[in-house]
Design a protein around this ligand. Structure first.
Ligand SMILES: [Zn+2]
Length: 215
């Protein structure tokens, strides 16, 4: 059977648990060494003043930019699921996200829009941006990130439907001067009623100011 998103997250979380300072500093030392080698390989002198502390800074930066690997998904939503008798669309739009493309390790970033139609349960509002963050702060491709956010909410809340639209600008396209026209990408994932009901989908698109998915 296909692994669920929650299972996948739990696996990466167990592989490198956070909150263990010893683990963290071990990881960082490995990254520091690799960055030092990289600097030398591109023709730099890793010992010159400006670069002396760069490996250390980069290692700390990666810790932050990939913090999603160390989030416990169960803990994230703990105490934030509420029983309600409400079945109207819940929308959280314009959630800023910053991620790293797994092909080039360059940033892609933009806005995520998330909607769901509750079936007895809602999620505390502040949790939606944190779910987006948990998936953004790891090596990603935008299509997968979009789907994972939708699947996670579906698996956790079992709502009538979930919709996620992500608009992302990709530095690997912009900086490298390739595919310039596609530097901004829009992806969407639809589950349940958002998939089966055109009207529901249209209502969401109108809320986030998009006429269609692909314009
Ligand atoms: Zn890339």
């Amino acid at each position: 059977m296909k692994q669920t998103v929650v299972e996948h997250l739990t696996e990466t979380f167990q592989f490198s648990p956070n909150g263990d300072p010893e683990e963290t500093s071990k990881r960082q030392k490995v990254i520091e060494k690799a960055i030092r080698k990289t600097l030398a390989s591109i023709g730099e002198d890793p010992d010159r003043e400006g670069l002396q502390r760069t490996p250390e800074r980069v290692a700390r930066m990666y810790e932050e930019l990939t913090a999603g690997y160390h989030v416990n998904p169960t803990q994230l939503i703990n105490n934030a699921l509420f029983d309600v008798d409400y079945s109207e669309m819940v929308i959280v739009k314009d959630i800023d996200f910053y991620s790293l493309c797994e092909h080039h390790l360059l940033p892609f970033f933009g806005k995520a829009h998330v909607a769901y139609i509750p079936k007895g349960k809602v999620l505390g509002l502040s949790k939606i941006p944190r779910i987006v963050d948990m998936f953004a702060r790891r090596l990603q491709v935008q299509e997968r990130m979009t789907q994972q956010i939708a699947d996670f909410i579906d698996e956790t809340l079992h709502p009538h439907g979930v919709a996620v639209v992500v608009e992302g600008a990709h530095m690997c396209s912009m900086m490298r001067g390739v595919k310039k026209a596609n530097a901004t990408m829009v992806t969407s994932a639809l589950v349940g009623t958002f998939k089966s009901h055109l009207k529901t989908r249209a209502e969401f698109m109108e809320h986030i100011g998009r006429r269609r998915f692909d314009d």
